[in-house]
Design a protein around this ligand. Sequence first.
Ligand SMILES: *[C@@H]1O[C@H](CO)[C@@H](O)[C@H](O)[C@H]1NC(C)=O
Ligand SMILES: *[C@@H]1O[C@H](CO)[C@@H](O)[C@H](O)[C@H]1NC(C)=O
Ligand SMILES: *[C@@H]1O[C@H](CO)[C@@H](O)[C@H](O)[C@H]1NC(C)=O
Length: 397
Amino acid sequence: MAPLKRCTYLQLGSFLLIIIALFFVIRYIPFTNMIARNRLPKPFWEPLEADLAQTRQVRRIQNLLHAKERSVKQELMNYPWPSGMNSSWVIPKYGGNPIRAMILTTWRSGSTFLGDVLKSHPATYYHYEPLIHFGIHQIRSGPKAHRAQETLEKLLKCNYSNLDAYFTYAQKHHETFAHNERVWNSCQRGKEQSCWNPQFWGSMCKLFPFQVIKTVRVRANLIERFLEQSKSLNLRILLLVRDPRGTMQSRTHRVWCPGNPDCEDPAMLCSDLVNDYKTAQHLTKRYPDSFRVIRYEDFAANPEVHSKEILKFVGFQSHAKIDEFLKSHTNANIGGVSSTFRDSKTAPYHWKKDLSFDVIQTIQGKCQDALNLWGYRTYANESQLLNLHSVMPFVLK
Ligand SMILES: *[C@@H]1O[C@H](CO)[C@@H](O)[C@H](O)[C@H]1NC(C)=O
Ligand SMILES: *[C@@H]1O[C@H](CO)[C@@H](O)[C@H](O)[C@H]1NC(C)=O
Ligand SMILES: *[C@@H]1O[C@H](CO)[C@@H](O)[C@H](O)[C@H]1NC(C)=O
């Protein structure tokens, strides 16, 4: 009995070995030439697996899209549409044209706060700094400007194709997408592959009737081409300006700023402010319904009133969600440097305490024209700094 059994095992073992050996022979012998030429084909099951994974991901994205479509609908329940209008007019997926708003500014000028106010509006898609992968540079002219304009235009139209550099950057720096919570949460905040899929973002984007794009890298001279199409794009652009002393003070707390002249040199900031002023004069005359300027200090002094005006300008309706956001974010002085949970009345003026008078004078020396044009007071001495308000009445002329 025992010898027989041992024999059966032996036979079975050899049989298996032969099968395995045969497999490798069949698998590799015909391709030895190719091995030599380093062109070994992938095992036959790999494409199948890739197909399956792709099918699974397509199906997954489809499910996420359906869920988001329902949640957008939910957010828009009881939305006070102007008479005769409904969501199919403004949701790209149903052939509508979304209501678009662009905030144009530079680093540390209060745009986080304004952006958060706008995205607290229901069913709002937030393109947060879509040129973030351009690095710590201001974009003013040349081939880079052309690429930046192209990127902005594509994103305004929910076209995420050929933006490899953007997605590569986003994979390493999740803040690229994280401010767009309505979509970022859908792909598990970066844990799912869909987060890096251009089709996912493109199709998600097309579900939203309200779109906000905030950019801190292009200068005002580059956005006229969007204003030319402002009717067909349903786009309003808001230039947000801040006292350069406040901007510079706020930037000193940022680790990414030092070593980058566009960020740390007040002369660069202020030459941009002067050029933006000239551009703004022209754009306000030419596109009074779709271009506007606001100073951060004015906005922060009265966020309730200014938010209402800005919402009206961009074509969003006032909403309880925005009132709620403002109430919880404008009084209590809690949270860290990047937090918008702080007292909006004092936030713009930390520089008056935190900068030495020497530094203030250095900045003023490089910013005389910018300060004059945008209505900010130049201080001759410390007693003036203590006693006189830095913000003077201002109208763009
Ligand atoms: C929106 O209005 C159009 C007519 O202008 C109508 O055909 C469509 O059914 C409406 N859609 C919704 C979702 O109410
Ligand atoms: C999206 O952008 C690419 C260029 O990057 C263009 O070829 C394509 O036609 C655009 N798609 C749509 C739907 O406009
Ligand atoms: C500060 O400067 C102003 C304007 O030049 C001057 O009138 C004032 O006397 C100065 N105050 C002090 C304390 O130096």
